[in-house]
Design a protein around this ligand. Structure first.
Ligand SMILES: Nc1nc2c(ncn2[C@@H]2O[C@H](COP(=O)(O)OP(=O)(O)OP(=O)(O)O)[C@@H](O)[C@H]2O)c(=O)[nH]1
Ligand SMILES: [Mg+2]
Length: 246
């Protein structure tokens, strides 16, 4: 029988990105009464689940980038010896469970998972791609739910927006008093979670001297730059460089 476990030796070689995405969250979140298009309670629960993952899962991603119902974890180390089945099952199940615990949900949720082998030098390009998706998603969701709130049927709203370019949607929202470029940064650009070293000032009473030690803290950055900008390149370089030294 053991021989039948034919996928268990399937392995990837780091670095890899593991991207998970909430299954059927459009309906699930609507059923559970979350605000549309963005609910702070929902997003902070996702962030809390990621922070718990960094602190307690025993795995060490370099960073996690999230928007809407997706999370991209970047691993440089050989987590689970690169075993595909382990990575693709334990990561989404850990997040499902942590997320459900934070919100005390009345129904179960699940996340799908995929592995993207990537060269270190392509990580920025990957993030630019996902951040563009975050922006597209932001403008689309605002436009969609604005039309719905005006009484339009779901299918009609979807049809109306399908062929619109983003400048048209910008205009549609602007006419209704929403300046999409002024909505919170995290809604437009996503959120980055990473480890940060902080210095702790202390005092050693035996030696009677002041001491400094460094601690690692998990930190969620809600005000991130555009990854495609120079500021974004510097921001990422810092996250990636810091973790090489560890
Ligand atoms: N109400 C609400 N919905 C959200 C929020 N963030 C994300 N979503 C929903 O999550 C969906 C994510 O898109 P998808 O992943 O493509 O859709 P899905 O319904 O999860 O479908 P699959 O991932 O294909 O299973 C969006 O369409 C939103 O409707 C939020 O803050 N509030
Ligand atoms: Mg989804």
């Amino acid at each position: 029988m053991k021989r039948r476990e034919i996928y268990s030796d399937l392995r990837c070689i780091p670095p890899v990105i593991v991207r998970i995405d909430g299954r059927n969250f459009k309906n699930a979140l609507a059923r559970m009464g979350f605000e549309k298009p963005y609910d702070e309670k929902f997003t902070s629960a996702i962030v809390k689940a990621i922070e718990t993952f960094f602190k307690k899962s025993g795995l060490s991603p370099v960073f996690a980038y999230t928007f809407s119902d997706e999370i991209s974890f970047f691993f440089r180390d050989d987590a689970f010896d690169g075993r595909i089945e382990k990575l693709d099952s334990t990561i989404p199940s850990y997040i499902s469970s942590a997320f459900s615990m934070v919100l005390d949900l009345e129904e179960p949720v699940s996340f799908d998972s995929r592995i993207i082998p990537i060269h270190e030098e392509d990580v920025r390009e990957y993030l630019i791609w996902r951040q563009n998706e975050a922006w597209r998603n932001c403008i689309n969701s605002y436009a969609y739910y604005t039309l719905i709130s005006e009484g339009m049927e779901e299918q009609e709203a979807a049809r109306m927006l399908k062929n619109k370019v983003s400048s048209d949607m910008h205009e549609l929202l602007f006419e209704r008093g929403i300046n999409i470029s002024k909505v919170p940064t995290w809604q437009r650009r996503g959120i980055m979670v990473m480890k940060k070293e902080i210095e702790i000032e202390g005092f050693n009473p035996q030696l009677n001297v002041e001491t400094t030690s460094t601690r690692t803290k998990v930190f969620a950055e809600y005000e991130i730059p555009l990854f495609s900008s120079e500021e974004g390149a510097a921001f990422l370089q810092k996250i990636l460089a810091k973790n090489t030294e560890e």
